[in-house]
Design a protein around this ligand. Structure first.
Ligand code: B4P
Length: 190
């Protein structure tokens, strides 16, 4: 199995690149952001609760996202592999994911970390806010908070995979196709 953690700050291109990777490698795409937005659109209790955190640029509590991912893995056991997009976002989530995957004997193959400068992140997210109307992309102060939360709570997850020898940093500036080619090269060598 090929199991990839696609990592990076908000606006690094995770969702954009994940769509291309799943097509090429036939993987199951698990994006916690997409799952949460789906819950919100369906007006479930979980979605309504999660919106309170997402609209402030804060992380949704670990136990909520860990439970969501565990049930999605269980529903897709016969797949060629998974791409985890936007998860894990804390060290506790990374530890929980390792436990879930070790139990099934399907470890993470590689973590691909997209590296993008802060000014470019803000520009991309404001652009998406205009096109999509996504509420967490509308306001510079919410975007700045998401980047701050990324630096304090999420960036340490890189160290977790680095210790396991699985971290590959990928330059995330440039055209979508250039970045995709860099990612494919890293996946093919993993
Ligand atoms: P996510 O949905 O994961 O949102 P994101 O970090 O902003 O990244 P996304 O993948 O959508 O954007 P992308 O970089 O592809 O999370 C949203 C919220 O949900 C979080 O803030 C949090 O509250 C909650 N949440 C999700 N997962 C969680 C977890 N595990 N634990 C706790 N809470 C969780 O792209 C952004 C834009 O850039 C796009 O418009 C794209 O077109 C553009 N772009 C991409 N590549 C480009 C390029 N090369 N050049 C120019 N533009 C580009």
């Amino acid at each position: 199995m090929l199991n990839i953690v696609l990592f990076g700050p908000p606006g690094a291109g995770k969702g954009t690149q994940a769509a291309k990777i799943i097509e090429k490698y036939q993987l199951v795409h698990l994006s916690t952001g997409d799952i949460l937005r789906g819950e919100l659109a369906a007006k479930t209790t979980l979605g309504v609760e999660a919106k309170k955190y997402m609209d402030k640029g804060e992380l949704v509590p670990d136990e909520v996202v860990i439970g969501m991912i565990e049930s999605k893995i269980g529903q897709n056991t016969g797949s060629k592999g998974f791409i985890f997009d936007g998860f894990p976002r804390t060290t506790a989530q990374a530890e929980a994911l390792d436990k879930m995957l070790n139990k099934r004997n399907i470890p993470i193959t590689v973590m691909l970390s997209l590296e993008v400068e802060k000014d470019e992140l803000v520009k991309r997210l404001l652009g998406r806010g205009q096109d999509s109307g996504r509420s967490d992309d509308q306001d510079v102060s919410i975007i700045e908070n998401r980047i701050k939360v990324y630096n304090s709570e999420t960036a340490p997850v890189k160290g977790f995979y680095e210790k396991q020898g699985k971290l590959k940093s990928i330059a995330g500036m440039g055209s979508i196709d250039e970045i995709f080619n860099r990612l494919c090269e890293a996946i093919d060598k993993a």
